[in-house]
Each structure stands twice: as structure tokens, then as C-alpha cells.
Design a protein around this ligand. Sequence first.
Ligand SMILES: Nc1nc2c(ncn2[C@@H]2O[C@H](COP(=O)(O)OP(=O)(O)OP(=O)(O)O)[C@@H](O)[C@H]2O)c(=O)[nH]1
Ligand SMILES: [Mg+2]
Length: 412
Amino acid sequence: MLDLVRLFLKAGDGGHGRVAFYRNRRVLKGGPVGGDGGDGGDIIIELDTRLNTLQHFSGKKKFIAGDGLRGGKARQVGKNGQDVVITVPSGTVIWLYQENNVSKLRRERVGVRRLLARDDLPREKYFVEKETNPPPLREPDNINSDERPFFRDYLHDRLDDDQAEFLPLPPGKLVRLAMIDGKLPRVVICQGGFGGRGNDAFKSSRNTTPLEAEYGTWGEQKMIFLELKLLANIGLVGLPNAGKSTLLAHLTKARPKVADYPFTTLEPFLGVLNYPDERSLVIADIPGLIEGASEGKGLGFDFLRHLDNCRELIFVLSLSGEQVFAKASDQHKAHWLREQLEVLLGELSDYSEHLAKKNCLFVINKIDLYSSTLIAAIKDEFAAEESGLVLVSAATGDGLAELKKRLWQTFA
Ligand SMILES: Nc1nc2c(ncn2[C@@H]2O[C@H](COP(=O)(O)OP(=O)(O)OP(=O)(O)O)[C@@H](O)[C@H]2O)c(=O)[nH]1
Ligand SMILES: [Mg+2]
């Protein structure tokens, strides 16, 4: 599963240099003292290892850094614009879709990992008739927004969708700029413009009162796509029909197929659990495991490789309706859950020792079907696992808030 977002980025423009002349009570018009403009703010993309998805971009599609301010009247340099920092998870690939001229110039001259120096850019002067006139307007260096990406709408519908599937990136249309990870944790994706020089810089013996100064240079503008291949942080492990897919559907916006027969889930399915602080966890629902899966029974256990990257496993255990109503004591029924867990652990360790040793939570599902005495017997049976035990009903939603909290604690 792929997370994909499109962002419009605009670094700040450089502030213009000022045309101004020294004045006081005795001097009517002294020498030039116009200050230089400030530099525009950059847009920076930075690694945040606590992030797992691009969900924190939902609704935020535009990032605009501050412009540099115009130079002042007494050789004061204009204030620099504020930078904007965008955080992304490790493995985020940055694709370029559109850019303005200065972005192209930087990319071709120094690349996105280095910055342009002031002298790399042509200086552009302006002239005014009077000191008090503002710099004349000039043609902006904007992205050509008339050009509608042909797949814009297609993407738009899917960007916030948990199940955004792999979107083929049109060949030749996008340029891969960088991948953010431990090796490249920070990139100035859009460099701000440089401030222009004030008229002070243009005095000469021939022209002691220059009515000219420099424009600031333009900040870079880019339309980019961020792409992240989602890796599960948490895996759901259970027998067929335990309610893994139902659980995923209640914890996330994912809509896996749920049905009252074993092996409903044939392929691993990912969902994203969002928390209010903008972080999120990726949960993998995988096919049911049965005894002998390691010998190829049921769907085998090849799909367990999807759990290799998980930090934590959730064992989903439940009794079927028949088991609940079977003629057996509550202690006996509770013990069937224990046996389920042992089957699952056995298959996991057959697959890999490493997997069987991961942190885990034990979720007892379908408590809506259980009597209070059965629930008490289950708590007894799992007394040793108590710190990791959560009783839920994926059908009624009981206990899910607690489960979300527990999941979050293990990552905080
Ligand atoms: N009563 C009750 N039924 C549940 C609960 N959770 C799931 N079910 C039902 O149990 C059946 C199996 O649920 P699934 O979510 O498809 O189970 P699964 O673990 O994904 O199964 P496989 O994909 O086949 O491995 C469905 O009929 C669900 O409606 C629950 O909390 N209470
Ligand atoms: Mg399923």
C-alpha cells in the first residue's frame, strides 16, 4: 500500500533593496542610504522518525515560507522570511511535478541537496523616478498553474484514502528528487530568494544620487508528490474467523472483507490508525493461521513475512458461537483460548524465532457473546499476561478505546 500526497511549496521571495537618501534638519538630500532586502524563508523537508505515514498532510496541501522584507531607509537590512519545516517519515520519496524558473536553475546547476549562492542568480535592477515610489511590478516567476496535471482529479479523490492503491506515476512526467531517510534526513526543497541591494550599492562618482536598487530574487516554487511505501507497525495474528478483519475495520478506515467463514482474508491488508496528535500506526490484517500452516495447511504461512517489520503483534483470540454454547465449564472454554494462543505461537516460531519474540498484546475478541462468568474465567486463565490483555468486542466496539490506548503506549 502506498501513501501519496501532492503539495504545493513556495519559498519566500527576497526583499527588494530600498532607494533612500540621507536626511536631517540641515541636509535636504544626502547620499544614498537605502538598505538591502532580507532573504526569503526556505522550505525544508525533514525526517521525523516517529512518523509512519503521510496522514498528517490530510487537508494541508500548501506550504508557503515568509518573504524577505524590503530594505529600510537608513541602511537597515530587511528582515529575513520565516522558514517552513515539513516533517516526513523515513523512506519518503520526493517527486517533482512542476517548478518555476529559479527551481529549475538550482536543480540543474547545483542540485536539490545544495544551495544556490547569490552570485549564481542574475541581478535585476529597478529604477524609480522618486525616492518614495515603490519598485515597479515585474513579471512573477510562478508555476504555470494553467497546466492541469491530467491525473490531478484522479489523485485528489484518493489522497486521503487509507486504501490508496499503487498509483502508476506517469513516465517522464515526474523527476525523483530525493528520498528522506537516515542517510539524507534533511533537504532544503525550496530555497528562498536573496534580498536585493539598496541604492547605497549603486553610488558612483558619476551618479551620487542613484534612483535605482535591486529587486529581491524569487523564491523557488514546486509542486511535488511525496510517496511512501507503508510498512506495518503492528500485525494482527489469529485463527481464521477470530475477527481480525472486523477489528481492523473498527480501528481504521480500511474496509477489509469480513465474513462468517474461515479464510475470508486471502491477502494481507493494511489500515492506518490515526491519533489526534497527528501520528499514526499502520496495522496489517493477515490471513488466518491454523495448526500446520508451516507445513502448508490452510493458506500456509508465507504471508507472515509481512510481519517482519512490525514492532508489535496483536494475537486475536476468540471463541466461536458453538464453543460459547458448548457443554463445558467456563474454565474449560477459557482454556480453549489458551490453546489457540499456543497454536499461533507454535506456527510463528516455525516461521521465525525472531517473529515469535516480538512484543505482543493479547486481544480476546467477541466478548459480546460471553457470559460474565466466562469473562471472569478468561481473566483467570490469562492472569500471567494481564499487562498485555485487552478484552474487546469488534462487533459492538467495547474495549476498542482501551486497545487504541495500549497500542499507543507501546510506541510513545
Ligand atoms: N459476535 C461477534 N462477532 C464477531 C466479532 N468480531 C467479528 N465477528 C464475526 O466473526 C466473523 C469473522 O470475522 P472476520 O473479521 O472476517 O474474521 P477474520 O479473523 O478476519 O477471519 P479470516 O480472514 O478468515 O482469517 C464475522 O462473521 C464477524 O462478523 C465480535 O466481536 N462479536
Ligand atoms: Mg480476515
